[in-house]
Structure formats: structure tokens, C-alpha cells
Design a protein around this ligand. Structure first.
Ligand code: C2E
Ligand code: MG
Ligand code: MG
Length: 427
């Protein structure tokens, strides 16, 4: 009994270890290769959180049944964690056997479940390691299957990946970056650059977006695209984001009155309860008026716990802070999000501005969003405007503001004041 999982009746980690050792011994006596498939359920946690553990448990039991039904009697299916399963596939005659099993698992797990009247869908990510090629000890195989699983999740989940040696190298690079990033705040290696925004009515500069840079001691200036996703994943975005908010508020107090500052806020910052407090404290200690602060969010923010997120957004609005929808048009349901919260500003993603010249109907989307903004009383900013031609088209389509290299690239904060005071519209 101590070696079976009570919920599913499957072998637990202990029994899996024994079976692995046996398979290993057979292999050493000249037996057949075997494979370890590490399975992690996608979107299981929301089921557990919203419908409760009893439903979650029933669902896990059904998953176990499906897994059992798709392997041969000589294989082992084990449950080694909350929503983690392992299959030990033995007697592999040809390489295709394992791939076929991995594909079958992904497909099988993602079919709809009926649990106590609820229709549920989850998914599975699978990482595969093969013995003896990917390791001859149980630990090594589990570790490599885990690396492959990590890859499968990064590649969008709902898929399987086989271990490859380069996954090790990548994981080490990632660990190094992670260690460096944990120290970067204390070492003052982050900087803010500011990109000005132009209001087309009157050609006036009305504000700047704060964009973070990491001045790495060895690697030089690192783009946010290369470290923000990792910072989000490991939770470091919360302290980094707090630094951004405080620094941006301080910097903005030195700008001409009336110029506002926009900061990008990540989904993980919304999850932590401190966001509103942090912002209030940053405004108070810098003395910046709330009217001059703008928060930019992407659809990722609204995808999660939407009730709580909307409450936070409304609190920000009540404080007088403006809220913008960033990268508009790139997500799954941009339009429905516009209805869920009265945004002050829509930032039209750069890709649509690029389409202006390159696609026959490239202007249709920008025109539509500009019109939408107008009827909803929202400012519309075209992002990534690089050429005078784009600028001309943007004006004609009715956007209210622009931001892009044509006005200026993001500017280090030391040089910003000089730019702001000497800027002459030349458009
Ligand atoms: P974003 O918020 O959409 O910022 C606009 C990005 O477009 C910036 O890239 C900017 O440099 C770039 N850009 C602006 N005008 C042009 C143009 O005319 N042409 C081209 N090709 N690019 C233009 P950057 O600074 O690399 O930032 C990338 C993304 O990283 C930002 O996208 C934002 O999502 C994120 N990010 C930056 N700073 C922060 C931060 O402090 N916190 C968080 N959470 N995310 C940040
Ligand atoms: Mg932004
Ligand atoms: Mg954007």
C-alpha cells in the first residue's frame, strides 16, 4: 500500500524507482532500451481552484484511467506529484513506439472530461528521455525528462519534446542569467530609457514611455525582451517592476509640467497584492501627481483572475491614474477586453503600422481602431512609426498620438531633458 497512490491506485514515486531500477538492471544484462515519459497536466490548477479539490481529485482519477488504458501491461504508469505522472515504457522495438505513445498521451488527455456534471478540458505536456542514450541512472533520466518537459511547456504546452543535449546548455545559461538578475537590482544595473509620445493635434510632446534596460557587467545592454519573460517566470518582475515605478515617478518630476510618464506593468505584478500600495507610495515619495502617471497593460493581465484584476484597475483609475491597453490587436480577444474596462488609451501594435505600406488593405485595421477609439472616447496611439509616409497615413486615419523612431528612439534618462526642451516638430 505504501507504494501505491491512494487517489488513483497508480504506483507512486517509490514503486516507480523500483521499476526503474529493474529496467536498468535488465538493460545492463543486454536487454531492451526503455523510455521515461514525464507528463504534466496543463490548466489543472484552475479546475482545482474554481471547482474545488473533490472535483480535481475525480478528474485526476480519470486522467489515470486514460493513461492506464493507453499503455501495454508491461509498462508502468505512476503518479509522482499533484498533477505529474510518469510512464516507464519498456520493450521498445523501434524508436517510433515512444513517439507514438507521447502523441497519444497529448491527444488523449486533452479530450473533454465529464465530472459531476461539469465538462472539463485540460491538456498535457510531455518530456521524454530514453535509456540508455539520455542517461543510465534513474536520477539522470528523470532530470533529462524534466528538461525536455520544460522545453515542451516553453513551446506552448499541449505537446511533447524529446531530450536533447543542448537543453542542458540552455538551462545552464538560463540559470546564470537568473543568478545575475537576482543581484542586478542591488547592483543598480537597471536603467530606464524614455520614448517620447507626440500628440498629433498641435504636434506637442505629451509624455514618455519608460522602457527598462539591463546594463550587464559582461554582456552589455540587454533588451527587456531578453529578460522580462524570465523575470516574470521566476517572480522577480515584482521587485524589478516596483523599482521601475518608483524611478519613473522620480524622473518625471524633473520634466516640464504636463508631461506624463507611462510604465509597463506585467501580469505577475497584478497578481501580487502590493501593486496599488506601491504606486501610491511611489507617487507620494516623488511628489508626482497621479494625473501624470499612466499604466500600460497587455491582454495577458486581463486573461487572469479577471474580477480581482478589474478591481485593481478601477482603483488605479479612482486615484487619477490613466490605464492604457498596450500592443492592441495582437491577442486573442482584444475587442472584448475593450468592453470590460474603460481604458484611457489604446496603443495600436507596431505590426499594424508596418502593414500600412506592405499590405493592400494595410490601413483598414488602423482606421477601424482609430474609429473605435473615437466612439469610445479613448486616445489612440500608433506605435512604431518610423517613416514620414507612415506618419502621414496615421494622421489621415485619425489616430490621436504617435510613438516611434521617427519622433525618437528611447532615450537614456540623462539625455531626455535636452531632447524634450529642444524638440521642434518637423513633420
Ligand atoms: P512595448 O511596451 O510595446 O514598448 C514598445 C517597444 O517598441 C519598445 O521596445 C520600443 O523601443 C520599441 N519601439 C518603439 N518605437 C519603435 C519603432 O519605431 N520601431 C521599432 N522597430 N521599434 C520601436 P523595448 O524597449 O525593447 O521593449 C520591449 C517590450 O518590453 C515592451 O514593449 C514592454 O512590453 C517590455 N518592457 C519594457 N520595459 C518594461 C518594464 O519596465 N516592465 C515591464 N513589465 N515590461 C517592460
Ligand atoms: Mg508599452
Ligand atoms: Mg506596445
Amino acid at each position: 500500500m505504501a507504494r501505491l497512490d491512494p487517489l488513483t491506485g497508480l504506483p507512486n514515486r517509490l514503486l516507480l524507482r523500483e521499476r526503474l531500477a529493474q529496467a536498468l538492471a535488465r538493460l545492463q544484462r543486454g536487454g531492451e532500451p526503455y523510455a521515461l515519459l514525464l507528463i504534466d497536466l496543463d490548466r489543472f490548477k484552475p479546475v482545482n481552484d474554481t471547482l474545488g479539490h473533490p472535483i480535481g481529485d475525480l478528474l485526476l482519477a480519470k486522467v489515470a484511467d486514460r493513461l492506464r488504458s493507453t499503455v501495454r501491461p508491461t509498462d508502468t504508469v505512476a503518479r509522482i506529484g499533484g498533477d505529474e505522472f510518469v510512464i516507464l515504457q519498456t520493450g521498445i522495438r523501434e524508436a517510433g513506439n515512444t513517439q507514438a505513445l507521447a502523441r497519444r498521451i497529448v491527444d488523449l488527455i486533452s479530450r473533454t472530461y465529464m465530472v459531476e456534471g461539469h465538462l472539463l478540458t485540460i491538456g498535457a505536456s510531455v518530456g521524454v528521455a530514453l535509456a540508455p542514450t539520455d542517461g543510465e541512472s534513474a536520477d539522470k533520466l528523470l532530470k533529462n525528462a524534466d528538461l525536455a518537459l520544460y522545453r515542451a511547456k516553453l513551446d506552448g504546452r499541449g505537446t511533447y519534446r524529446f531530450y536533447e543535449p543542448e537543453m542542458d546548455a540552455r538551462m545552464q545559461a538560463r540559470r546564470r542569467l537568473e543568478l545575475d538578475m537576482r543581484q542586478a537590482l542591488a547592483r543598480r544595473e537597471f536603467q530606464l530609457h524614455y520614448q517620447p509620445q507626440l500628440q498629433l493635434d498641435g504636434d506637442r510632446l505629451i509624455g514618455c514611455e519608460a522602457l527598462i534596460r539591463w546594463k550587464h557587467p559582461e554582456r552589455g545592454l540587454i533588451s527587456p525582451l531578453d529578460f522580462i519573460p524570465l523575470a516574470e517566470e521566476i517572480g522577480l518582475i515584482v521587485p524589478i517592476g516596483e523599482w521601475v515605478i518608483r524611478q519613473a515617478c522620480r524622473d518625471a518630476t524633473t520634466w516640464p509640467a504636463g508631461m506624463s510618464v507611462a510604465v509597463n506593468v506585467s501580469p505577475a505584478q497584478f497578481k501580487s497584492d502590493r501593486l496599488v500600495e506601491t504606486i501610491i507610495s511611489a507617487l507620494a515619495s516623488s511628489g508626482l501627481s497621479a494625473k501624470r502617471l499612466e499604466v500600460e497593460i497587455t491582454e495577458g493581465v486581463l486573461l487572469q483572475e479577471s474580477v480581482k484584476t478589474l478591481q485593481t484597475l478601477h482603483r488605479l483609475r479612482e486615484l487619477g491614474i490613466r490605464v492604457s491597453m498596450d500592443d492592441f490587436g495582437t491577442g486573442y480577444s482584444s475587442l472584448s477586453y475593450l468592453r470590460s474596462f474603460p481604458f484611457d488609451k489604446i496603443k495600436i501594435d507596431r505590426s499594424f503600422v508596418q502593414d500600412l505600406a506592405s499590405k493592400p488593405d494595410g490601413d483598414a485595421i488602423i482606421r477601424a481602431i482609430a474609429g473605435l477609439g473615437k466612439s469610445l472616447g479613448m486616445t489612440t496611439v500608433a506605435e512604431g512609426v518610423e517613416t514620414p509616409e507612415q506618419m502621414q497615413r496615421i494622421r489621415e486615419e485619425g489616430c490621436t498620438d504617435v510613438q516611434g523612431y521617427l519622433i525618437s528612439k528611447p532615450i537614456p534618462s540623462d539625455d531626455l531633458l535636452q531632447f524634450l526642451t529642444s524638440y521642434r516638430p518637423n513633420l
